[in-house]
Ligand binder design. Structure first.
Ligand SMILES: [Fe+2]
Length: 222
């Protein structure tokens, strides 16, 4: 494990401030195999995410309008900031959120309680939800993310964003509080799944940690 700092579960965007740091995973690079292979995790966390952190620090360092703000504040006003803050701030937050959403295959359980009821109400059933979320990931043209969010009315909604945008940004078409997100950039799946993004999206459910997603749902709706 390359963790130098606390696992990704702890910090919300409002707690992340300059200088930004790569969070630890909280599990080993091989912990999610065979769903996500160790080489993918090593590159994705140690190289891709690290690069977002480094470039975000550079972008914020010399920009008076961005300096001193938390990552949450940066994302909420990202339309007025340099493109490097949008791309790399999103990259840092999205990946921090993503690592904390996963656990070893088969250990993540299923949605329970209020989250389960909300999924059934919004999408019909857990299986229907999964199909719709996968379709959002497949349908995101090019690089981006598929999300499950709590919208302004307190309801669950599925959305997707391009590049490293996310629903917390003031540029989001469907704003809301994300409780689950899957990275559909090729760097997230290409070593194991090659060009088969639908296969990756389908397999990924085995590593989602539903206790974490349930906590996020409770937090987003209280
Ligand atoms: Fe990624």
């Amino acid at each position: 494990m390359s963790a130098k700092t606390a696992p990704a579960t702890i910090a919300g965007p409002g707690e992340l401030t300059h200088p930004f740091e790569l969070p630890g995973l909280g599990y080993g690079h091989d912990a999610l195999a065979p769903v996500i292979d160790a080489e993918t995790m090593e590159l994705h966390h140690g190289k891709h995410h690290q690069a977002y952190v480094d470039k975000l620090n550079d972008a914020v360092k010399d920009d008076a309008s961005a300096k001193g703000k938390s990552l949450g504040e940066l994302m909420a006003g990202v339309s007025k900031l340099p493109k490097a803050v949008r791309n790399n701030g999103g990259g840092h937050w999205n990946h921090t959120f993503f690592w904390a959403s996963m656990t070893a295959p088969g250990k993540g359980g299923e949605p329970e309680g209020g989250l389960k009821a909300a999924i059934d109400k919004a999408f019909g059933s857990f299986d229907d939800f999964k199909s719709k979320f996968e379709a959002a990931g497949v349908g995101q043209f090019g690089s981006g993310w598929a999300w499950l969010i709590v919208n302004g009315s307190g309801e669950l909604e599925i959305t997707s964003t391009p590049n490293q945008d996310n629903p917390l940004m003031d540029v989001a078409e469907k704003p809301g509080k994300p409780i689950l997100g899957n990275d559909v950039w090729e760097h997230a799946y290409y070593i194991t799944y090659r060009n088969k993004r639908p296969d990756y999206l389908k397999a990924w459910w085995k590593v989602v940690d539903w206790s974490v997603i349930g906590q996020r749902y409770a937090e987003a709706t209280k």
